[in-house]
Design a protein around this ligand. Structure first.
Ligand code: NIG
Length: 378
């Protein structure tokens, strides 16, 4: 069964050989794109009329913590009144999440994923990290795996209250990893003072590598530190946050490890925004993600992330859109998503706007008219 998406005013393909097309169409067969072209649209079994609007690849959200219970609105309000953000707040969500049933967590995470779809996100990475016991981490990754293939084991999110850090790292690398790994593609750790130090993160990531997981790292979120260098040294797919970078960190990011910026976090924690221009100009591959979580960034709006990236990280609208689509795909080492052309999955978004500039130019306005995943309206 073929579908043609016709009368696309502006089509962003992210295919360097094609670029952006005007008066364009997409032809979809079996959930994949078979043609992205301009001019007269071919006949097909079904037709979606884009009405002259802009069509972009679906957003690829490469960093979220969607499976949790509880609410930290009061902590956010206190922060807006001057309290600093601290990693220890994670323990509040751990307590609420442990107390929730599987059915409650499943419903909460599914509702957040549906919200993300309405926001134009077609692929979502989901981390664990609010369980922090063998049983709870195992159920969080199992529940996440019901929603996405991009599941990340983040047992090393914070040292649970009252526990010894080294003993906890041993548990993460042993029994907890063994229980979680069958449901995961990735392993991550929070490398930060107040969370885990360089040696502890190295131990965790090497254990994950040993059981075949890909590597990612929360790096340099709240201050300067060893995270970015460690991520690059270990060959992580992505170093996430990258808010505090030395010149050596920037140079290191010019290699294969994607620098993922999470500016909604810096907004919600009143932290300084990363110097994205320095990283882009050094030649790094960059991604943008929502970091949807209850403590530091409770949003599924990639449009909001784009607006921050352009206004405050001084990225161009084109750089920001590329980072939130193709960049996210590169951070997840996926070559089937983040672009539109023959061979890609038909994950796309119809905007209620003539161009993607409007996502930034009209902040806060719901411009996602329709989201399609593998050719089907979500
Ligand atoms: O990426 N930094 C670690 N984890 C989350 C915050 C989690 C929380 O505060 O609950 C983040 O910002």
């Amino acid at each position: 069964m073929t579908t043609v998406v016709s009368d696309i005013g502006l089509l962003v393909t992210n295919d360097p050989a094609v670029g952006e097309l005007r008066d364009a169409h997409l032809v979809i067969d079996g959930g994949n794109v078979v043609e992205a072209g301009s001019g007269i649209a071919p006949a097909a079994d079904d037709r979606v009329d884009a009405g002259g609007r802009c069509v972009i690849p679906g957003f690829v959200d490469s960093h979220t913590h969607l499976v949790f219970a509880g609410d930290r609105a009061a902590e956010f309000a206190a922060r807006m009144a001057g309290s600093p953000y601290a990693a220890g707040g994670i323990n509040v969500t751990i307590a609420a999440t442990r107390a929730a049933t599987d059915a409650e967590l499943r419903a909460l995470a599914a509702a957040r994923l549906a919200e993300a779809r309405r926001a134009g996100i077609t692929t979502t990475e989901i981390k664990s990290g609010y369980g922090a016991t063998v049983g709870d981490e195992a159920r969080l990754v199992r529940l996440a795996a019901e929603l996405t293939p991009e599941v990340t084991f983040l047992g090393a999110h914070v040292v649970p209250e009252g526990e010894d850090a080294d003993a906890y790292v041993e548990l993460v690398c042993g029994e907890m990893l063994a229980a979680a790994a069958p449901h995961c593609r990735w392993i991550d750790a929070f490398c930060e003072s107040g969370a885990f130090d360089e040696d502890q993160c190295r131990t965790v990531l090497e254990a994950g590598l040993g059981v075949g997981l890909g590597l990612r790292l929360h790096a340099n979120q709240l201050g300067y530190g060893p995270g970015v260098q460690l991520a690059v040294e270990l060959g992580c797919a992505s170093a996430d946050h990258c808010a505090y970078l030395t010149d050596d960190d920037v140079d290191a990011l010019a290699g294969d490890t994607v620098a993922t910026f999470l500016p909604a976090t810096d907004f919600s924690t009143r932290q300084p925004y990363p110097d994205a221009r320095r990283v882009i100009d050094a030649g790094a591959t960059v991604a943008l993600a929502t970091n949807c979580n209850p403590g530091s960034s409770y949003t599924t709006s990639m449009s909001f992330v784009l607006a921050l990236a352009v206004r405050d990280l001084r990225m161009t609208a084109t750089e920001a859109l590329t980072a939130a689509t193709l960049g996210g795909a590169q951070a997840l080492q996926r070559d089937d998503i983040g672009w539109l052309g023959p061979g890609s999955r038909a994950d796309f978004v119809v905007l209620d706007a003539p161009s993607y500039d409007h996502l930034v130019y009209r902040p806060g306005v719901p411009l996602i008219a329709a989201t399609y995943v593998a050719g089907t309206r979500a």
